[in-house]
Design a protein around this ligand. Structure first.
Ligand code: PBG
Length: 328
């Protein structure tokens, strides 16, 4: 690999000028690498502040046009929708997930009608925004039960597909759900609806602000360690991805992002499939608040996103997507 030695070889030579640095730049970041998450709330004309996530808001459906237009104008390829469900609509079964008139369904219909295929819509499949206990599935003796949960996730996916969702994204970490959802989609003639599995999702401490944003933080009394992955493990992530590939997944997600670059890289190298990274809420808030406190500068955002490209991610789900479009 090394083709010379000092003093004839000086690696600083190509770093001297901007044009030269550009010439040898190995990775690029553009707006087409980004997915923007949007939080939804009931009501009219609402753009509600989220205290734990500076500059991120919950939008009522009638306010979506504004924000999605901005994304389309800036050529961001996809939005990810997350509902903040009113407590009155939550119960232990998460049945609001199957309401064809719920926030995510209405938002999907609205965006697809107004923007057609100028932007993709990705919907989360999991029950946590809808359950009174804040878990992603059904509880029995405080344990999230797998197969019974899958039956509901299949229905949730079919409803989302009916509404026009382009990318179904199960983030629940139940075993076997990808194959079952794929089969149900195909049986109902949704062959072209894509499946993005959160194949590698860790039981992470970095999801706090998100849980606050969707309103599951207070209800969640325990952790999610009996279904999300142990952050000490890496080989297990390859087993998760291998299974989901067998079950027919189109793309996989690794989540969280920055503390898991090693995982992104090894998934990419082992399977050569599209890998997305999720720069999660806790990562966002740490960086954003440090910028707001003048501890670090705004270029840290680009740096934090470029490292995902370096690791091999095809795209990054990031709350910074709109912040940085002007700089790309
Ligand atoms: C829930 C879900 C979570 C996130 C996305 N989907 C939270 C969790 O698993 O508790 C987290 C995203 C973020 O922190 O930005 N299925």
């Amino acid at each position: 690999m090394i083709t010379g030695k000092f003093p004839s070889l000086r690696l600083r030579r190509t770093r001297k000028y901007t044009w030269s640095r550009k010439l040898v730049q190995e990775n690029n970041l553009s707006t087409s690498d980004l997915v923007y998450p949007i939080f939804l709330i009931e009501g009219k004309n609402k753009k509600q502040i989220i205290k734990s996530m500076p500059n991120i808001y919950r939008y009522s459906i009638d306010k979506l046009g504004e924000i999605v237009s901005k994304l389309v104008k800036n050529k961001i390829p996809m939005v990810a929708l997350f509902p903040s469900t009113p407590n009155s609509k939550k119960n232990q079964y998460g049945s609001e997930a199957l309401n064809e008139n719920n926030l995510v369904c209405r938002a999907t219909l609205f965006i697809k009608k107004k923007f057609k295929n100028d932007i993709g819509v990705m919907c989360d499949v999991a029950l946590d925004p809808y359950t009174s206990h804040g878990h992603d599935g059904l509880l029995k003796n405080s344990y999230v039960i797998n197969d019974e949960t899958n039956e509901i996730l299949i229905k949730q996916s079919l409803i989302q597909a009916q509404m026009g969702c382009d990318v179904i994204a199960p983030s629940d970490m139940m075993d076997g759900r990808i194959g079952k959802i794929r089969k149900a989609l195909d049986k109902n003639k949704f062959h072209d609806v894509q499946l993005l599995s959160y194949a590698v999702k860790y039981a992470s401490n970095f999801y706090g602000p998100f849980r606050d944003a969707v309103g599951s933080k207070k209800s969640l009394k325990s952790d999610k360690k009996n279904y999300q992955m142990d952050f000490s493990n890496s080989n297990e992530s390859l087993r998760e991805v291998a299974l989901d590939i067998k079950e027919g997944v189109d793309m996989v997600m690794v989540k969280p992002g920055m503390p898991y670059l090693d995982i992104i890289k090894s998934v990419k190298e082992n399977f050569k499939i599209p890998v997305l990274a999720y720069q999660v809420s806790g990562e966002y808030s740490m960086i954003k608040q440090s910028i707001n406190n003048n501890l670090i500068n705004e270029d840290s955002i680009i740096e934090s996103l470029m490292c995902f490209k370096r690791a091999g991610a095809s795209a990054i789900v990031s709350y910074f997507a709109l912040d940085i479009v002007k700089r790309l």
